[in-house]
Design a protein around this ligand. Structure first.
Ligand SMILES: [Zn+2]
Length: 238
């Protein structure tokens, strides 16, 4: 009996783990969001979720500066309050802040009023700390009901997902992250990375491979003729 229970848990672990690692749930909720921009220009955008992190965000910022790339950081409101200096550094270095909710709660079952409250409060926190008002929102884990997306648009926000997921939170080697992206990259792609968090927590995690992949990715994609652009350049086609 005990053996069967252990076997059951193992099976569940493999199925759920495999789903998370090999399947990108954003594919299910893309409709009505910006997840890639149609363009004939070889342009891509880097995005980093779940920070700021005192350990990883500064290292990522150093790499981005070295590679001359402007990215979007979808920040968790609670982390912005906890690490205000790092949130301010992101803005000072010319990157864009996005709203990733206050507590990284999955919002699939939220009512429109609950979503509005969470977005507005996070907006307030970001504004207080950095002076920046963001118009970009990314729902935690990409889960969002279709009807709610219109409501978010009425609030003046664009919901931004991604078209290429680096899966950096499972800490693949930086060479395999770059290889995967390089093989699958298309014009107008929005790439997902993380500057904080792991499977069970939104803080910490090991982002060593994320940090290392930035310079290699910049070199590899530029050799293929791609340029890294800001979110405004990508969306407005400037
Ligand atoms: Zn997240």
């Amino acid at each position: 009996m005990v053996f069967l229970i252990i076997l059951g848990f193992l099976f569940l672990f493999i199925v759920v783990g495999g789903f998370c690692v090999f399947f990108d749930q954003a594919i299910l909720t893309r409709r009505g969001t910006i997840y890639r921009v149609k363009t004939d220009k070889k342009r891509v955008l880097l995005t980093f979720d779940d920070g700021p992190s005192p350990e990883w965000t500064p290292k990522i910022l150093n790499e981005l500066k070295e590679a001359n790339i402007k990215a979007v950081f979808f920040m968790i409101g609670h982390h912005v309050q906890k690490y205000p200096d790092i949130a301010r550094r992101v803005v000072e270095e010319g990157h864009t802040i996005g709203n990733h909710g206050y507590a990284h709660s999955v919002m699939f079952y939220y009512t429109a009023a609950e979503i509005e409250e969470e977005i507005k409060y996070t907006e307030h926190v970001i504004k207080e700390v950095t002076g920046q008002t963001t118009k970009y929102f990314r729902p935690p884990k990409a889960w969002l009901r279709r009807g709610i997306k219109k409501k978010i648009k009425l609030m003046g926000y664009e919901t931004i997902l991604w078209s290429l997921n680096s899966k950096d939170w499972v800490s693949f080697n930086h060479k395999s992250i770059t290889n995967y992206i390089s093989k699958n990259i298309k014009n107008g792609d929005i790439l997902l990375f993380h500057d904080s968090g792991n499977v069970s927590t939104t803080e910490g995690g090991n982002r060593r491979q994320t940090v290392k992949s930035i310079s290699l990715l910049a070199r590899t994609l530029r050799e293929k003729g791609f340029e890294f652009v800001s979110i405004e350049e990508l969306i407005n086609g400037e």
